[in-house]
Design a protein around this ligand. Structure first.
Ligand code: PDD
Length: 294
């Protein structure tokens, strides 16, 4: 039976109750993280925690737990849910106030902490030779000016993703003033002439933990990588497009709007990066997938 965590207790999801006065419910006044775990081992935990601390600080919500407490909570939640390959979702809201007021409650109220797990589907990088790509569409980035904060206020992202799904695509790649920002729930990479590029970190995108790992792996393995602006034209003319996120890892985009990217198959740079990614994951989490078995 799945277990979730709410404000100090583990319980069945149907037993978790939150006040309608919670500012997460009334104002989407909260921060979240999604941390993958393989074989029950949290992946890039310190990086996710550092981003969580930064997001909380940016919106002035007190971090209710120390890093050691967060680690213990995540481990216990994973354990209650059978370990394995799961993502941990954790959300902290400013808490429930007496009345609805746009300004923060004063004195501050106790933050609400909610955590749950979800299964991670077998990612494309695990089988680079047989993986198939996804379709994406381009849409205008209609979100706010602080997309670097991992806020639970995801209505624009949700609307954008739904538009992609309605068009038979798996992701929306967003454009602001003619430049690529990111996906509705992912970061974006393009490859042209062997060089990999991804937009630089700014307030316009979430600083993805997977994005940072891909950048690190490219540097480590001598794959040419630039962090620079990408125009809509450069996106359309790319040899390869990838999207990255903690739950999907690195996914090749082989169809963009009505056009084929490259030859319509995952490209050679993606395959090479996928192998490095899986090796790295295997080293850190003790995985033994058929592709990586010696
Ligand atoms: N989303 N950009 C946006 C807007 C995202 O929502 C996400 C991830 C990313 C990738 O970040 P990371 O590599 O740290 O997961 C980029 C998560 C998975 C979600 O909302 O479920």
């Amino acid at each position: 039976m799945p277990q979730v965590y709410l404000n100090g207790r583990f319980m069945a999801p149907e037993d978790a109750q939150i006040s309608p006065m919670d500012r997460g419910f009334l104002f989407a006044d909260g921060i979240y993280e999604v941390i993958p775990a393989y074989n029950g081992v949290l992946f890039r935990f310190e990086e996710h925690l550092a981003r969580l601390e930064r997001s909380l600080a940016e919106v002035d919500i007190r971090n209710p737990h120390s890093p050691a407490q967060w680690l213990a909570l995540c481990d216990e939640l994973l354990h209650h849910n059978g370990d394995g390959n799961l993502s941990v979702y954790l959300q902290i809201t400013r808490g429930a106030a007496q009345k609805r007021d746009h300004a923060f409650p004063s004195p501050a109220v106790t933050p609400t902490v909610f955590m749950m797990t979800s299964p991670i589907a077998v990612p494309a990088v695990d089988s680079p030779d047989t993986a198939v790509g996804i379709k994406a569409i381009t849409l205008d980035d209609i979100r706010w000016a602080r997309c670097d904060i991992k806020s639970v206020s995801l209505l624009p992202n949700s609307l954008l993703r739904q538009q992609a799904v309605a068009a038979g695509a798996a992701e929306a790649i967003l454009l602001r003033d003619g430049f690529v920002t990111e996906g509705s729930a992912s970061n974006v990479f393009v490859v042209k002439g062997g060089t990999i590029a991804t937009p630089p970190k700014s307030h316009a995108i979430l600083g993805g933990i997977t994005r940072d790992l891909v950048v690190e792996l490219c540097h480590q393995h001598g794959l040419a990588l630039q962090e620079r602006e990408i125009t809509e034209m450069q996106l359309r003319q790319a040899d390869e497009i990838w999207i990255t996120s903690s739950t999907k890892e690195v996914v090749p985009v082989t169809h963009l709007n009505d056009a084929i990217i490259g030859n319509g198959q995952p490209g050679p740079q993606w395959k090479s990066l996928a192998r490095h990614y899986v090796q790295h994951k295997r080293r850190l989490c003790g995985l033994d997938t058929p592709e990586t078995r010696d």
